[in-house]
Design a protein around this ligand. Sequence first.
Ligand SMILES: Nc1ncnc2c1ncn2[C@@H]1O[C@H](COP(=O)(O)OP(=O)(O)OP(=O)(O)O)[C@@H](O)[C@H]1O
Ligand SMILES: [Mg+2]
Length: 354
Amino acid sequence: MPLRMLILEDRPEDAELMLYELRKAGFQPEAHRVDTEADFQAQLAANPDIILADYSLPQYGARQALQYLQERGLDIPFIVVTGALNDEEAAACIKEGATDYLRKDRMARLGYAVSSALERREMRKRVLASEKMGSIGRFAAGASHELNNPLACVIGFSEVALASLADKRLSRVKLKTALEIIIHHAQRCKSIVASLLAYGRAFSLEPAPVHAHEALEEALALAERQASLANIHVIKTFAGDLPVIQVNREALSRVFVNVILNACQAMDGTGILTLTTRKQDPWVEIVFQDTGKGISAENLPKLFDPFFSTREVGAGTGMGLSICAGIIHAFQGEIKAESRGAGQGATFTVRLPI
Ligand SMILES: Nc1ncnc2c1ncn2[C@@H]1O[C@H](COP(=O)(O)OP(=O)(O)OP(=O)(O)O)[C@@H](O)[C@H]1O
Ligand SMILES: [Mg+2]
């Protein structure tokens, strides 16, 4: 089995021993050995299948390397190989994301350790893929459920209208009412389809340097056009030294408008909306805190699902936050919601990489 490896190790003979053990176990390893931070980071670009790392090199050790992978969100099996490691050090490595650890005098176990690390990674990939399928399934189920109700009304009242044409005794008033109901529900379908299109539409995600404060001001102005902010006190605590971020300004404003409108709706038009920005290396953080009705612990994990809405039927499509999350993730950012519960207000935090 071919195996692309990155070995973080200062002793060539130790690296040779690893390769020898792996060949014995049936692998065809193709390895790059590095012993400095710069070389390690450069070699990651080659996308290795696995990393073997000495615990303590003079310049750069396994723990720093692990930390770097975590920061980058890279999921590459990582085995710590070391001369002597006490239990605490071993536990610390595993806690920091190492897949396994191995002592240099027990190298015969290396082949097994590598196979099982690769297997576990394959499992993680499959779980991720099935979660994605799950969200597409939920999306389709939500969309058909949303469309089914108004369509059933359209069909039902069309039949009433037809019957009233056939039966002269049924009044024209009844026909008029049926047609009005049909129009109302057909329009509802149209708005659902429009929001589906918005969801599926490829936004321009062309990034450019953007100042979060400008996007926030623009979003406030846009939100004001759609909802009354007259009785909402907006407090801005903006950082003075906020770095620019690489995002698409229109898409980002759209996210902010959605979050601000949600907050206004949760406060029922009256309350305090606090907008905070700060630099939180390596992120720029934008926080929206409201004094609205809050979110129950039960609903919190569902907020970003397409079609999840607690609004009355017909009022919201529940696509707002789902679209927001799609945009923020496209820029390698994060969005999260917090609330201490019903009646306690809510806080939405958007983080984007500097
Ligand atoms: N600031 C907030 N405070 C309390 N609940 C919130 C807040 N923001 C969102 N929610 C909850 O999350 C749900 C989903 O929000 P989302 O924006 O995705 O959909 P929506 O606002 O219901 O409909 P749409 O935005 O499509 O018109 C809302 O129905 C509401 O229950
Ligand atoms: Mg919304």
